[in-house]
Design a protein around this ligand. Structure first.
Ligand code: SF4
Length: 430
């Protein structure tokens, strides 16, 4: 969501005549889009301030703005304003649409301009977007979140859930297809609860079915799903719509019912295991990835073992693993039983080792299979190789001509590694 917000901010700047600078030293405007989900992300921004101060000192006309989830927290915004007065503009998550006006005000002001909206804006349509890719696009379906997981700051900085009108979503996707886009990813903090606030309700399954009808579109993805709201109708829709890719990111967070309850996740491990079973039965070849958090307050050895047991049982294709980070203002931050760092570090190492072994084994099973990839560009580590993604969201690196960028190509998988696959192009593409 943050990356997409950056695309919107870049779109607004482009709309008022700015072009992307080669580097920050050449820029006239520098906007920092922040995240506050984990403490390390916040610390990085404070660490960046020294460098920003130097830039401003060397080029006083430079306008520096800081926005996003971190600055939506009033205390943090005030702290930045007081401690770093050379920052020209501070704005929150509900103020992006006013960026052009805010920049103008900041350019004419000697003081820091601070704008945080405390009200929840309705969905604002029609903002310009400068997309990072010419063939894959994010399309927002919901803003905000109503779940209030006890560790999470998102509902406080992104506010309550608001769904976009289906007609606007369909129009955006049709426009993208008309401009050559082949894959879209529907985006929301919890896409599965899409539509609950619409006057004429349409659920996420219904929306997916509508998007699937758009001719010229090749692939549909969506993120993120909440296990509590992932229902049978959605599974059937994914299974019956040919454009929806066989990949589901389903954050489990913990394998212990005791911890899941403390997290306010709204499901049990048994529910999660049954859900994955139903998904796998109905959607052949589906890959399932997850997020797992280690070291939640009160996590005992037994709770941790339950999480390990769950990942062995489910065998996720891959997992984003996190150490619990205490976020001020969330219920979990003041819970008893905060664990020492060394316990969290030891546990996450064990977890990563087990998950890595499983991921590698699953990737090795791909060897010899033929897969269709959407080519996304060159490999990050070797510019001579191309990188593409299977429908099941596995990255495949392979040698091939650069005109294949943006094409859907057939490859044979030749190697299975921990984080990606290697392949051989079979001369087919469209
Ligand atoms: S579902 Fe939970 S973890 Fe996800 S954004 Fe909402 S509150 Fe945060």
């Amino acid at each position: 969501m943050n990356m997409h917000d950056s695309e919107v901010m870049a779109g607004i700047l482009e709309n008022i005549g700015y072009v992307a600078a080669e580097n920050k030293e050449q820029a006239d405007v520098l906007l920092i889009n922040t995240c506050c989900v984990r403490e390390t992300a916040e610390n990085k921004i404070f660490g960046l301030m020294g460098k920003l101060r130097k830039l401003k000192y060397e080029k006083p006309s430079l306008i520096i703005g800081i926005g996003g989830c971190m600055t939506q927290q009033e205390k943090v915004a005030e702290k930045i304003k007081t401690r770093f007065p050379f920052i020209d503009l501070i704005y929150g998550t509900e103020n992006y649409h006013r960026l052009a006006e805010l920049l103008k005000t900041a350019q004419g002001s000697q003081k820091t301009v601070l704008e945080l909206s405390h009200q929840i804006n309705p969905v604002i349509e029609g903002l310009p977007i400068k997309r990072a890719s010419g063939f894959r696009a994010w399309v927002v379906v919901t803003y905000g979140c109503n779940n209030y997981c006890t560790y999470c700051i998102v509902p406080y900085v992104r506010r309550s859930e608001r769904s976009r009108q289906p007609a606007h979503i369909i129009l955006e996707v049709k426009d993208l297809v008309a401009h050559g886009y082949r894959e879209i990813t529907l985006l929301g903090q919890n896409v599965n609860s899409y539509g609950k606030d619409l006057e004429q309700p349409l659920d996420f399954a219904g929306l997916l079915a509508e998007v699937n009808k758009i001719s010229g579109l090749d692939r549909i993805r969506f993120i993120t799903s909440h296990p509590r709201d992932f229902n049978k109708r959605l599974i059937e829709t994914i299974s019956s719509c040919e454009k929806i890719c066989e990949h589901i990111h389903l954050p489990v967070q913990a394998g212990s019912n005791h911890i899941l309850k403390k997290m306010n996740r709204g499901y049990t491990r048994e529910h999660f295991i049954n859900l994955v079973e139903s998904i796998r039965q109905s959607i052949p070849g589906v890959s399932i990835t997850t997020d797992i958090m280690i070291g939640f307050p009160g996590e005992s050895d037994k709770d941790f073992q339950d999480t390990l047991d769950l990942i062995e049982k489910i065998r996720f294709d891959s997992a984003f693993t996190f150490i619990y980070s205490q976020r001020r203002g969330t219920p979990a931050a003041t819970m008893e039983g905060q664990l020492p760092d060394y316990v969290k570090s030891e546990r996450i190492k064990v977890l990563i080792d087990i998950q890595n072994k499983i991921s590698k084994e699953i990737n090795l099973q791909e060897v010899g299979k033929k897969r269709w990839l959407l080519v996304e560009g060159t490999s990050k580590t070797n510019k001579k190789l191309l990188s593409g993604r299977t429908r099941s969201n596995k990255t495949v690196i392979f040698p091939g001509p650069h005109f294949l960028n943006g094409k859907i190509v057939e490859v044979e998988i030749t190697e299975g590694k921990l984080t990606h696959l290697a392949g051989k192009w079979l001369d087919n593409y469209y």
